[in-house]
Design a protein around this ligand. Structure first.
Ligand code: HEC
Ligand code: HEC
Ligand code: HEC
Length: 138
């Protein structure tokens, strides 16, 4: 049997519907030649950033070297109101949390095409991102 135009349209629609089930709920974009979900969890980002498809990013939630920021800890940390901005202010600034915790997309928004995809514009002041949360940095 020969494929008619109508068959091809039906096949195309079926393919789109089935792919839609996979893609439509997420925020897909192009990231180093791959299609990734810019709203993904830390576990998701680490499927590549574990040294397999991209250099390893260490996740630290207890005692961390300063270069490795704590990730997957609750925000704000209990009993440290003087050191950290209130949750509402952080959310109002546009930072996102994962189940109330600091995660990769708290600091990185893959939609922003600055060097490190920082979640907020840091061109005029490099530490602007840090001071969304930190009242001061030691
Ligand atoms: C499919 C694999 C993959 C996934 C998933 C992925 N990345 Fe990447 N990412 C890469 C690769 C590859 C690079 C480039 C690494 C290099 O060249 O050193 C990169 C680079 C980066 C960079 C450095 C800036 C840049 O673009 O060069 C940041 C920041 C980053 N990714 C954040 C994230 C975050 C946050 C997530 C989750 C929302 C994520 N990535 C998910 C593969 C991935
Ligand atoms: C508290 C903010 C913050 C969090 C949380 C965070 N990052 Fe970053 N990330 C940064 C900053 C700031 C840099 C800029 C480079 C530096 O200072 O070393 C960076 C750099 C990067 C780079 C580029 C590294 C390089 O050497 O080129 C990648 C990739 C990256 N982060 C991925 C992630 C992933 C994946 C997560 C979650 C597991 C994550 N980041 C969590 C702030 C953060
Ligand atoms: C989403 C909020 C948030 C952002 C953005 C953020 N931090 Fe933090 N940071 C925290 C929290 C909460 C802690 C305390 C973690 C703990 O001690 O359990 C912390 C801890 C630290 C510490 C360890 C010392 C301390 O004060 O406890 C350093 C250093 C630090 N952050 C630097 C930075 C830098 C530099 C940036 C910007 C690149 C940044 N942070 C961005 C929330 C944030």
């Amino acid at each position: 049997m020969r494929n008619t135009g109508a068959d091809i349209v039906i096949i195309a629609v079926l393919v789109m519907v089935s792919l839609g089930g996979v893609f439509l709920y997420a925020d897909q974009l192009e990231h180093h030649g791959m299609t990734v979900d810019s709203e993904g969890s830390a576990a998701y980002c680490l499927t590549c950033h574990d040294g397999s498809a991209a250099p390893k990013i260490s996740v630290c939630s207890t005692t961390c070297a300063v270069a490795v920021h704590k990730t997957l800890i609750n925000y704000p940390p209990a009993g440290r109101k003087k050191e950290f901005a209130p949750l509402e202010a952080v959310l109002r600034a546009g930072l996102k949390l994962e189940n109330g915790m600091i995660t990769c997309i708290t600091c990185h928004d893959l939609k922003n095409m600055n060097k490190y995809h920082f979640a907020i514009d840091t061109t005029r002041f490099a530490r602007k991102l840090c001071y969304v949360c930190h009242v001061e940095i030691h």
